[in-house]
Design a protein around this ligand. Structure first.
Ligand code: OGA
Ligand code: MN
Length: 199
């Protein structure tokens, strides 16, 4: 169903390492995901690492998150879109991705996420990052843009988090940050991973 989209993302990852796509998914799915994200009652303060010092982390990151589950109908639809992308990337680029994890993220007024890379220290298992936005009528003065840098710290792109915009990039190559949001900002951040199997 999303074959054209998958192929566009794959080409971009090879050419540039990242892509920003507006009007990416079925609007009906977007609407249902928005409802899901807004009524979500399980948001928890996000951590930076498994050994996180909560107070330190609060200075770097202020969003609240909630993992998606495939047994929930709407979340399952988003996860199967991602599964399709995983299969496509594996077939065309032999990336060997074998897992996808995704969470809803809520940034409330004033929340931000300092410049970072999406891989935890000492672990290189997050290979491709996806971010999908769920905010209607996002205006310039609402802030909360995603800023993407290249490996030398040069600004590549400033992404407005408006609904149905999908960002995909190579997790280890692009430092990025979220500027302070001036109103509630909803999104789904996800990561394709390569996990070493313990035999
Ligand atoms: C993240 C992240 C970007 C965004 O959750 O790691 O960088 O725009 N999110 O929400
Ligand atoms: Mn990130």
């Amino acid at each position: 169903m999303y074959t054209n989209l998958y192929s566009k993302i794959t080409d971009a990852l090879v050419e540039d390492g990242y892509i920003i796509i507006e009007n990416a998914l079925d609007p009906l799915l977007v609407q249902k995901l928005q409802e899901c994200s807004i009524k979500g009652e399980g948001y928890k303060n996000a951590g930076i690492s498994s050994k996180s010092d909560f107070h330190l982390d609060k200075q770097r990151r202020r969003d609240k998150t909630q993992w998606l589950h495939e047994d929930e109908k709407v979340q399952g639809q988003y996860l199967s879109f991602a599964q399709g992308l995983q299969d496509y990337l594996n077939h065309s680029l032999y990336l060997g991705l074998n897992d996808y994890e995704a969470h809803f993220a809520l940034y409330e007024e004033g929340d931000f996420y300092e410049k970072h890379l999406d891989s935890f220290k000492n672990s290189k298992n997050r290979i491709v990052t996806t971010v999908f936005y769920l905010n209607d009528e996002w205006k310039k003065e609402d802030g909360g843009e995603l800023i993407i840098y290249d490996e030398n710290g040069i600004l590549l792109s400033k992404v407005v988090p408006k609904s149905n915009t999908l960002v995909v990039f190579l997790s280890e190559k692009f430092p990025h940050e979220v500027l302070p949001a001036k109103r509630k900002r909803y999104s789904i951040a996800g990561w394709f991973r390569v996990d070493k199997k313990i035999i």
